[in-house]
Design a protein around this ligand. Structure first.
Ligand code: WTA
Length: 647
């Protein structure tokens, strides 16, 4: 078992500001009651599902739990787009802004609930016209455009599970995901704007589809106007199809367990996992957590900076927010274009009240300097959030002081693609916060710290984070791979979910998440499997063998370090480093490019031939290898590795 005890002892405690606590949706007393109710998760979630979700017909049973398979709100019927749109346009929210959108060049759009409803119905009809039926998968590969939100909601309207692929993934990665999900239709755009220049998207889709014969239709949004090739019979322009489509489309009455979407995430093998989420449970989870953790109110302007291509964007840019009738802001571009104050400028101009971003972004802003946020009036902000990686107390304090002006509570939210929604987080009007701690599980969520055998670890010692009871937003499986689902998440302990994170609890019961303990790296809050990067690197003709590990990085949390053994006739050098990085970008995407590549004659292995990653991690982090090395096959390898350091 890895040694993940923490030396960190954070003494600072921040109470919810009095005014905030007094006005909060969930006050201390209520939270205490909900926590009591949550001791029986079904009772708590049933109450929230009844109060916050519109159902076409009620459930017969709240939970059917045959570990590790759960069904929530069994027999009930609902529809996600109905909950996100129709129920709001029946009242005054009809003309409220649903989406505020800003493109990178500075163009903007404000889309009301009524307008979003019409567009979603139209696109649902377009999909139907293309032959998409209930259960058919639709792949979406698009930058942060309003059409992305429209397309995903349209899929939910007709019961076609979407698979959104982050726009930074390469053609090969897109092809693999399209094929694994068996998508018949791809929705995309000609391009997008990033860092001051248009970049192509459709071209990447063309490359992916050339090797994905199952794709029948590609719908293309015109964003940049750059020239694209339209394949006759396959490719269609979004605006032309929409012109002809009716704005009336009744929402499909879907079973609570109907598949809602697939979202791929990295695991410990070379192949990403298609995480499958379902309708009623997921919707209940993201709706209730968004309302409680972000203390959502009708007058809020909420901005989550995540891309919709990741789970954070699914749950807390779109579904959890629109389901609550909130106003959500979408931004197309990069945080530092045209200048390092772009985010603060957006907050000031739109009057953002709730801001949710990643620790990597916060650390980047710290480095850029306080003068940039200080140029702007950020007084509209009332609540801040973080997600995706552990936040160091120093970054937390900066966020609190410089961005929050010392007055905004911070919600550090722990969750995963697999959990669907937030699992551990403060409730900002009720929970005292400590810099660096995600604090306590959401009511109804049962979390623990266990050891290898599944025995509880007592505070303040570290262990494995575990979820010991089912929750409604939980993944329902890995698409097409039941065995991997059981093995990855449910085989470590009995009937208990294994998230793959190390953590400890302090004496107050607060959770401190220490990061991944498996072979998954968390780079800038994005999960990247070491095996995926390794298999991309060894696909390079000049590479014999490679091992990839993460090392701590001040900004990105983790940086990717690759140890590479070139083929015997090849010398390791700059040219090969460039070639390896290009290979990784081609096979996975630029986000997976190693920060550092070290060449070595051989990799340290155990007698049974397993690469000693722990050792490589120590070397990558700059320290001498610690611990027992008696199983090393070749001790001389170690010394060589340390000499190989790249400048
Ligand atoms: C990490 C993102 C510490 C964790 C929503 C988890 C965090 C992985 C936090 C999931 C947090 C997420 N504090 N670590 N507040 N939030 N993580 O699937 O290692 O992209 O397992 O979901 O991010 O990443 P994913």
């Amino acid at each position: 078992m890895p040694d993940i005890e923490s030396l960190l002892e954070e003494k600072r405690v921040f109470k919810p500001p009095r005014d905030f606590a007094r006005a909060a949706n969930w006050k201390r007393k209520q939270v205490a009651e909900l926590r009591r109710l949550g001791q029986k998760p079904e009772r708590l979630w049933a109450k929230l599902a009844r109060e916050q979700i519109a159902w076409f017909s009620p459930w017969k049973k709240v939970l059917d739990w045959k570990p590790p398979f759960a069904k929530w709100f069994v027999g009930a019927k609902t529809n996600v787009s109905y909950n996100c749109l129709d129920r709001h346009i029946q009242g005054w929210r009809r003309n409220k802004a649903a989406i505020l959108w800003e493109g990178e060049p500075g163009d903007t759009r404000t889309i009301t609930y009524a307008e979003l409803h019409r567009e979603v119905c139209r696109f649902a009809n377009v999909l139907k016209g293309l032959g998409v039926k209930r259960g058919d998968r639709v792949a979406i590969y698009m930058p942060m455009l309003p059409e992305l939100a429209i397309a995903m909601l349209a899929c939910t309207r007709i019961g076609a599970p979407h698979s959104i692929v982050f726009g930074g993934f390469s053609a090969e990665a897109l092809r693999d995901r399209i094929q694994d999900a068996g998508a018949r239709v791809v929705v995309t755009s000609d391009g997008g704007h990033r860092r001051g220049a248009p970049f192509p998207i459709k071209q990447t889709v063309d490359q992916a589809c050339a090797e994905a014969p199952g794709v029948e239709k590609v719908v293309v949004v015109r964003r940049t106007g750059q020239p694209v090739e339209m394949k006759p019979g396959r490719d269609l322009w979004w605006h032309e199809e929409m012109k002809q489509a009716s704005a009336k489309c009744p929402p499909a009455k879907l079973d609570s367990e109907h598949p809602l979407f697939i979202l791929y995430t990295s695991g410990t093998t070379g192949r990403p996992k298609g995480i499958l989420h379902s309708t009623g449970g997921y919707l209940t989870h993201v709706t209730a957590t968004a309302r409680a953790v972000f203390d959502l109110r009708d007058e809020d302007i909420y901005w989550c900076t995540a891309d919709i291509g990741w789970i954070t964007g699914h749950s807390y840019v779109i579904y959890g927010l629109l389901s609550n009738g909130a106003t959500t802001l979408m931004f197309e571009g990069a945080p530092t274009t045209p200048g390092p104050d772009r985010f603060w400028d957006i907050i000031e101009r739109w009057g953002v009240t709730i801001f949710y971003t990643a620790p990597t972004a916060i650390r980047t802003f710290i480095r850029l300097g306080d003068e940039h946020p200080k140029k702007h009036d950020l007084s509209s902000l009332r609540l801040l959030g973080t997600v995706g990686e552990p936040i160091n107390p120093e970054a937390w304090m900066w966020y609190h002081r410089v961005i929050g002006g010392g007055r905004c509570p911070i919600v550090d939210t722990w969750w995963q693609t697999e959990t669907g929604g937030i699992m551990i987080a403060p409730l900002p009007g009720a929970t005292d916060t400590k810099p660096g701690s995600a604090t306590l599980p959401f009511p109804g969520v049962h979390a623990a710290i266990l050891d290898e055998q599944g025995e509880p670890v007592s505070p303040p010692h570290g262990g494995f984070l575990a979820i010991t009871a089912p929750w409604p937003g939980m993944l329902r499986g890995i698409w097409g791979d039941r065995k991997r689902f059981v093995e990855t998440y449910w085989s470590k302990w009995r009937n208990t979910y294994f998230p793959g994170d190390g953590a400890h609890r302090d004496r107050r019961g607060y959770f401190w998440i220490m990061g991944r303990i498996d072979d998954v790296m968390n780079v800038s809050g994005h999960r990247i499997g070491t095996m995926e990067v390794e298999s991309a690197i060894v696909a390079h003709a000049d590479v014999a063998e490679a091992a990839v590990v993460g090392r701590p990085d001040e900004i990105t949390g983790t940086a990717i370090v690759a140890f590479v053994t070139p083929r015997s006739h090849v010398a390791g050098g700059e040219a090969l480093q460039r070639g390896i990085r290009a290979q990784v970008a081609k096979q996975i995407g630029a986000i997976a490019k190693p920060a550092e590549i070290r060449f070595t004659e051989a990799l340290p292995k155990t007698r049974s031939g397993k690469i000693m990653r722990r050792l490589l991690r120590d070397i990558a982090a700059g320290g001498a290898p610690a611990g027992d090395t008696s199983t090393l096959e070749d001790f001389s390898v170690l010394a060589k590795l340390r000499e190989s350091e790249e400048d």
